[in-house]
Design a protein around this ligand. Structure first.
Ligand SMILES: *[C@@H]1O[C@H](CO)[C@@H](O)[C@H](O)[C@H]1NC(C)=O
Length: 186
């Protein structure tokens, strides 16, 4: 069995390329208590992130809105090589007892990926974490610092990273998202 796992790892690694992956199972951070999705809806701008291959562009933002069926429409927009790229997905609360633990999917063929709101004040900042275990041997994770405006004071970013670190999330590879020159004229 062990031999099989050891041989599987190199096969799985390419899946994680460009991503941040680490040994051991996912950390288990605290999430926002009494999370209220209605106050969370609307637009958020990405300030910093752990690198993700699907996010190479700049001016990255997301707009969350409630659909009539109570699912949440996720509209991600980024500018990549001068072109605006949009991706529409769906977010759902998977367990009503844990409303801050959302799942997000961008295609009918992919499972819901975790979207955990670790901390938010709803009107300025949100800390989002997503982690997936692979065989409990290693995990691939994403983290985002989101803001209601394109700029967030350095102290707020620093404080956000302290919260991630407290939950054993490694923020040393976090990179800022370019939010300059995003509101035209282009
Ligand atoms: C977000 O999306 C909703 C639904 O499509 C739209 O009505 C709303 O204007 C958008 N909000 C922003 C800030 O773009």
């Amino acid at each position: 069995m062990m031999v099989m796992i050891v041989f599987l790892i190199p096969l799985l690694l390419p899946l994680a390329s460009g991503q941040t992956f680490r040994w051991g199972p996912c950390p288990t951070p605290m999430v926002q208590p009494n999370f209220e999705i209605n106050k969370y809806l609307g637009k958020w701008y990405e300030i910093e992130k752990l690198p993700a291959s699907f996010e190479k562009g700049k001016c990255i933002e997301a707009n969350y809105s409630l659909r009539p069926d109570n699912t949440i429409e996720v509209l991600n927009v980024q500018t990549y090589k001068g072109k605006i790229r949009k991706a529409e997905g769906t977010a759902v609360v998977q367990d009503m007892r844990e409303p801050a633990k959302l799942g997000v999917s961008f295609s009918h063929f992919t499972p819901y990926a975790p979207y955990w709101v670790l901390s938010t004040d709803y009107n300025s900042i949100s800390l989002v974490y997503s982690c997936t275990d692979v065989l409990r041997l290693f995990h691939v994770d994403f983290a985002w610092i989101l803001s209601r405006s394109r700029i967030l004071p350095a102290e707020a970013v620093y404080h956000a990273k302290e919260i991630f670190s407290r939950d054993n999330i490694d923020v040393s590879k976090m990179i800022p998202t370019d939010q300059q020159g995003c509101d035209g004229p282009f």
